[in-house]
Design a protein around this ligand. Structure first.
Ligand code: HSE
Length: 307
């Protein structure tokens, strides 16, 4: 195989109670990328559409991630990369993760799959390190593995895939302001009270149980965050009002997607999600704030070949 085109999904990290350890992948929102082997031995980014991103390999997360993979293999293979961005940078739905995960997935395929999807994670995390100064895995893991991922530990890296209850739908509202992950990480407090930790790990454990038992109600009640959300939500216009509207319109839970400014409403079923989508849309239109709005299933597959 000389050339491959892939779809790299957007992802929702943290899911309220799982800061840096939990994320899920969207089925119908994501980027496309094309990778082609070249004979120059260089990794070249030949085209980027949709976003203004660096073309230099060492400054682009996709280039850095593929370089890490090739280094591990001691391979001199070169690639041309075309990146078709649909996910906006700084949106909070894993734009850098989609590029990093997509690039290593595609390169791995063209090289005859020397690595499993799980083994590709550390390379994709190098892209996250470049983008945000921190090699978190809660976007790249679900982007590569699909469904829900739990990072059990970072050192050593241990990642678990969790079940994806079939009726889940995700509504994403992206207020069109850019929040850099680096900045929104810098405002988080470095220590928390024992009481808050107790509440958080109670919710995280319950959320995992809810995914295994298809308990949508428990899932909704577990989507709580007393640690990061109170600090980061001040960056998101009308966060409290949005949360109230989403809950009153039937969302199971509502929170910040990754480092924001996107917010998510997790819903049960298409009709409920559509209802939530419309309520949020109406509210933001009245406030005259520009936004993007997405409604998607949780993708089971993660990055996938489309051509
Ligand atoms: N867990 C990361 C954060 C995700 O919240 O900073 C960034 O998308």
């Amino acid at each position: 195989m000389e050339e491959i085109k892939i779809f790299a999904p957007a992802t929702v990290a943290n899911l309220s109670c799982g800061f840096d350890v939990l994320g899920c992948c969207l089925e119908s929102v994501g980027d496309e990328m094309l990778l082609r082997k070249n004979s120059s031995g260089e990794i070249k980014i030949t085209k980027i559409t949709g976003q203004d991103l660096p073309m230099e390999t060492d400054k682009n997360v996709a280039g850095v991630a593929v370089r890490a993979l090739l280094k591990e293999l001691k391979s001199e293979q070169g690639f041309d990369m075309e990146i078709y961005k649909k996910i906006k940078s700084g949106s909070g739905i894993g734009s850098s993760a989609a590029s990093s995960a997509g690039a290593v997935f595609a390169a791995n395929k063209l090289l005859g799959e020397p690595f499993s999807p799980l083994e590709l994670l550390p390379f994709a995390m190098q892209g996250e390190l470049l983008a945000s100064g921190n090699a978190h895995a809660d976007n790249v893991a679900p982007a590569l593995l699909g469904g829900f991922s739990l990072i059990k530990s970072y050192q050593p890296l241990e990642v678990l895939s969790l079940p994806n209850p079939p009726d889940l739908r995700m509504v994403i509202l992206h207020p069109l302001i850019e929040v850099r992950t680096k900045d929104s990480r810098s405002i988080i407090k470095q220590s928390i009270s024992l009481q808050k930790a107790i509440n958080q790990w109670g919710n995280l454990g319950a959320l995992v149980s809810a995914l295994y038992t298809n308990d949508y109600d428990l899932l909704g009640r577990s989507l709580q965050d007393e640690i990061v959300e109170p600090v980061r939500s001040i960056l998101i216009p009308f966060f409290d009002e949005l949360k109230k509207i989403a809950r009153e319109s039937g969302a199971l839970g509502f929170g910040i997607s990754g480092s924001g400014p996107s917010v998510f409403a997790l819903c049960k079923g298409e009709i409920s999600a559509e209802n939530v989508r419309q309520s949020i849309q109406k509210f933001y239109q009245e406030k005259e704030i520009d936004f993007d709005l997405h409604l998607s299933k949780i993708g089971n597959e993660g990055v996938k070949v489309i051509q």
